[in-house]
Design a protein. Structure first.
Length: 152
């Protein structure tokens, strides 16, 4: 097994280690954000799941949240209740099926997240700006494959 930085096993493993380090740092920032705003780290993951669902035009239901977070029903209800008490999430009736409850992240929660995570996101956006479309496609493909590798 070749161990070179330009694409051999060692170089590829270095990229995996860097991705893991990014994930660890992001997790630490999420925990800081949670602590600074009276939340549990799971609450922050729930907000991210709900925002991702909204971006994908996917119905954000308690069931979706339960599945994505790997929680049981009681745990999911607890997270939603906490986020609602804090004013970050609201429960709304699905206009197409009044029996179904949808979860919506309130604009104030989005603003709070942008204030905290915005500087890091802007730094990342700045590093992507000079890249070619082909380079961004390569990064997207790698990150998509990485996510799929860890998705059960």
């Amino acid at each position: 097994m070749e161990d070179d930085v330009d694409g051999g096993v060692g170089g590829n493993l270095e990229l995996v280690h860097l991705l893991r380090a990014v994930a660890v740092e992001f997790g630490l920032r999420q925990a800081e954000f949670a602590a600074a705003n009276g939340m549990h780290p799971t609450d922050v993951r729930a907000l991210i799941c709900l925002l991702d669902a909204a971006r994908a035009a996917e119905p954000a239901t308690p069931g979706l949240l339960r599945t994505r977070l790997g929680l049981n029903s009681a745990g999911t209800t607890g997270v939603i209740d906490r986020l609602q008490r804090l004013g970050h999430v609201e429960r709304v009736r699905d206009p197409e099926d009044r029996r179904r409850v949808l979860l919506r992240v309130r604009p104030e929660a989005v603003h709070l997240g942008q204030e905290f995570f915005g500087p890091a996101i802007n730094t990342l956006l700045g590093t992507l700006t000079p890249l070619s479309p082909a380079e961004r496609t390569t990064i997207r493909d790698f990150l998509t494959a990485a996510r799929e590798a860890f998705t059960p």
